[in-house]
Structure formats: C-alpha cells, structure tokens
Design a protein around this ligand. Sequence first.
Ligand SMILES: Nc1nc2c(ncn2[C@@H]2O[C@H](COP(=O)(O)OP(=O)(O)O)[C@@H](O)[C@H]2O)c(=O)[nH]1
Ligand SMILES: [Mg+2]
Length: 297
Amino acid sequence: MWQQQIDEIKQGNRKTLARCISFIENESEGYESLLEMMPASQTPIIGITGPPGAGKSTLVDGLIGLLAEQKKSVAVICVDPSSPFNLGALLGDRIRMSEWYNNPNVFIRSLATRGSLGGLHPKIIEISDLMKFAGFDYVIVETVGVGQSEIEIAGLADITVVVVVPEAGDEVQTMKAGLMEIADVFVVNKADRPDADRFVKNLRLMLAPAFHTHTMPVPVIKTIASQKEGVKELLKIIKELFEKEHKNEKRSWLLAEKAFHLIQQKKMNNINKKILKQKIEEAGNGFNLYTFIRQFY
Ligand SMILES: Nc1nc2c(ncn2[C@@H]2O[C@H](COP(=O)(O)OP(=O)(O)O)[C@@H](O)[C@H]2O)c(=O)[nH]1
Ligand SMILES: [Mg+2]
C-alpha cells in the first residue's frame, strides 16, 4: 500500500513526505509497514543541542545557507517548542527562516515535545529515518539540551554538536558529564561577547584527553552565528568527523541504540503507571509484586 508514497518521496515529492511524517506521528494504520519498506540510506544526521537561546537555530540557519550554496539538500527537524521555526522567536529570525521554506532543497519540520518527561519526540527515530530515506544530503535535528534529550540525541545523530555560550563560565566547570561525553564537537557561540576566548581556553583544557574517555580531543569552535562567522569551519569539521565516524564502529553502536530504544518503546506500549496502579487496586489483598509483574514480560 505504500509503494506509491515511497516512489513519490524518492522522487522528491515534499508533500507526500510531509504527509507520511504525519502518518508516523499519528501512528496511522500501517505506518509500520511504511517504515519496513524504506531502503537503507547513508545520509548523515547532524544533532545540534545546547541550552535554550544558545543560538542553535541561528547556527542551523547558517548551515542551511552554506549547504544551499553548495547545492546540497537538507532536511531540518526541530524538536523545540520555543523554536524560531514556529513560535516565540524574534521576528527577524522568522523572516530569515522563511526564505528557506520556499527553497525546494530545504525541508523544515517542527515537532513538539510531548509529555512531561522531556526527552525527544517519541517518533524522532522513525521520522529522521524517513528524512534520510527521502534523499536529502544532510538531516539536521535541533533539540534543546535539557534533561534527557541531550543524551538521547547522541543515540540518534551521527555527529552531535553541543552549542554553549561564553556566559556559561561557571557552568562549564559543572557541566554535566553527559554533555561532555556526547559532544563530537563543541561550538562556543556568541563569541562576540567578552570572555569568549577565556571560555574556549577553559573548555579545551577540560576536554584534554587526560580528563575524559575520548582518545582525540573534541574540537572546540568559536562562532558568531548571527554574523555567520565560524559556520564554514563548523561544517568542515562536521564533514571531516563524519568521514572518520563512518569508518569506525559508531554506525553499529548507533543502530544498537536505536534498536534498544524502539524495542523498549514497543515492549512498554500499553504499560504505564496509571494502568499499573489501577490493576494493583483491582488485585486487592494478598497482592504480591513479583507474581503481579510476571504478566508484563
Ligand atoms: N550576540 C549574538 N547573538 C546571537 C548569536 N547567535 C544567535 N544570537 C541571538 O541569540 C538569540 C537566540 O538564538 P536562537 O538561534 O533562537 O537560539 P536557540 O534557542 O539555541 O535556537 C537570538 O536573538 C539570536 O539572534 C551570536 O553569535 N551573537
Ligand atoms: Mg532554536
């Protein structure tokens, strides 16, 4: 039933692509067979994460501009309720982004985070895979780096870019180990602010191989996204990293992460705490936790 849609997506039909994303989002009848029919794709996913306001969308905008210049196509998924791609942005940002909405080589989709637990969108793996399959040269996923989402993005993206700003001075010292571990490249944006150089120096010191498990130092790049400064360097490093990552075991690690996540999601489908509580109340006296949980695995 999906062959026609698959063909259309392959031919670059963005309307069909958008419709299929909605099918997946809504778990419409048969969406799983659509996923099962998708051929493999080598398109890299670039994850961009960091605190709100760090300049992620502005950087993405810069990257889109560069890629468009190079005649490359790019799909952007933005998992951020306050993103300039939909609401809450400065007017200037929105006007600028609107240029891309009319460019056939650029496809932008915003996804709302759901549920109070934070984390990425529940269908982000499937939707980003669909984008990959749609034949874009690059897929960029922007997420706000709070709570779980910053860790999850590492299991989704081939290259994870962590964006920070110089004011976070003290924050770097206390920066969660998780953020340190997931970054393939650090961007210190808003380098037009005072103390940017000192911040970069400190960050590089902290990232020196002696202090963490990476064998190579993680690159740190200074950018002024609002002036498009440093964006070329960032893209260059992303491309180099991707060449390198591609040859090592990262691909199978990523797929294992995704498989684990999806299996967990399927297994836990129909189980939530509310339902459990209800069943426990129904069980009444003589309740035994260990016989109770047997029915769920
Ligand atoms: N001074 C300065 N402002 C920037 C820079 N990059 C982005 N901004 C501004 O910072 C604000 C937040 O940017 P945005 O890209 O929406 O951040 P996001 O929440 O991380 O996506 C916007 O007003 C941008 O114009 C920069 O390099 N320097
Ligand atoms: Mg944003």
